[in-house]
Every structure is written in C-alpha cells, then in structure tokens.
Design a binder for this molecule. Sequence first.
Ligand code: APR
Length: 251
Amino acid sequence: MNIVRDTTEGSLLLADLIGAAHRVVIFTGAGISTESGIPDFRGPSAVWKKMEPIYYDDFVASEDARLEDWRRRFHFNREVAAAEPNIAHRAIAKLVAGGKVTAVITQNIDGLHQRAGVPSEYLIEIHGNATRAACLECDEHHDLAEVEAEIGRTGRAPLCRTCGGLVKAAVISFGQAMPVRAMMRAEHAIQRSDLFVAVGSSLQVQPAASLPMAAKYSGSNLVIVNADPTPLDAIADHVLRGPIGKVFSAL
Ligand code: APR
C-alpha cells in the first residue's frame, strides 16, 4: 500500500495510472459530492450524525416511517437541485467520453454523474436513484411531484394507483435487496477492468464495499481516493489522501 498525502503528487499519479490503464472502473461514494454542497453520511458533517437511517422493514411496517422517509426524500432532492456537479464529476465524465472509463459504479442517488454528462449506459446506480418512485409490489412508476402533492393533500403515504401496494422512492434502504441487474453490470465491468478507482467512500457498507475487493482479487490495480482511512486501504495499491477536487485537478 502506497499512501500519497500530497494532492499534487496524488493527482499526477492518478493521471499516470489512468493513462496507463485500458479499462478503468470508477466507484463513487457520497464523498465525491460534498464539494458540491451535499453532506456525506459518515464524514465530519455526516447525515447519520443527525438522524437514524430508516430501514426497509420499518418503511413497510409503519406509516410514520414512510412519511418521514418521504419528508427526507423531498428535502434531499431540494438540496440536490441546488447543487452542481464538481471538478471530479466533470473529470470522470470526460474520462468516460474519452473511452478510458468503461463504467461508473455509484452508491450515490444524487444524479450528479448524469448531470456531469455520464451516459446511462456507463452509469451503474447500485443504491438506486432519488428522482424516481415505484410500487414495491408491481414496480409501477410514480412521479415524485405527484407523490409530494398527494401527501400534502391527504397527509398519507401514497399507495400504488394500479395495485394498491406501497410506493417508495427508487433508492435502496438499509435491509432492502440490492438491484440485481445493476450488481450484475458492476460485476461484469469489474471482471474486465485493469484499474479500479474508489472515490469518496468510507467503504463500510456491504455489499457495495465488496466491489473494490472483487476488483483487486480479479487482478485490477486498486486506488482509493479518500480524505479518511478506509477498511480496504491495506489491500489498495495506492491510497490518495486529501480533497477529491484537488486529487482530480490534473485529470
Ligand atoms: N475529499 C475527500 N474525501 C471526502 C470528501 C472530500 N471532499 N468529502 C468526504 N470525503 C470522504 C469521507 O472522509 C468519508 O470517508 O468520503 C467518505 C464518505 O463516506 P460515507 O459518508 O460513508 O459515504 P458512502 O461510503 O457513500 O456511504 C455508503 O451508506 O448510508 C449509506 O446508502 C448510503 O450510499 C451510502 C452508503
């Protein structure tokens, strides 16, 4: 494990490693969006320091949990609407456009990779996306604005207009099954990669945090870009400490 704490040196090393690679997979966590003004979950201004996560089973069992989950969702979406993709999002989109990056696997639901220009065929959202809602029974799509209006009118969490099932934002909550197709796409990209760059993740949440390990054990070079230590630093080829925007500044 080579730890680089000087961001200029780290940025040049990252540019060299990506330049020498042929099939790069970028894996992102909430830390890539903090410089866009969106708080992460476990860093200094973390979301989980202010509130407890709502687990999937609680959402299903409790009307109060559903209403609180929707309240948080609309608040988060307003935060995201006011945010802009930052230098790292834009650098990654440029690498995708240049053919270097074969997949962007993100734990984030903020949509900033899309807004930076990463085409959907390259983007793998393993924790879903906060801009959509769906019925948990029949998967019928529901418009978020209509959901918010209905809750405003009735004070009740919405039920599916087709089958009466519970409607939930299309994000993966703790205790909820991972999206099978997204995970298969991620595995496929990882198996073919020669460089895997984990950016802005504490690598503490499974099964997402198993993806960098899968990359390393399938023979990819593993680079971790993060301000704080992670449990996978010991198996990484390079750990680049410091603000992500500065580490991506040479790309
Ligand atoms: N530069 C470098 N590192 C940063 C920056 C920055 N500007 N901002 C934050 N970080 C680092 C923090 O040090 C932290 O280790 O990013 C990491 C973010 O970790 P988490 O907050 O745990 O976010 P993430 O890894 O994406 O969480 C995974 O947990 O709560 C669930 O579903 C949620 O997808 C999320 C999952």
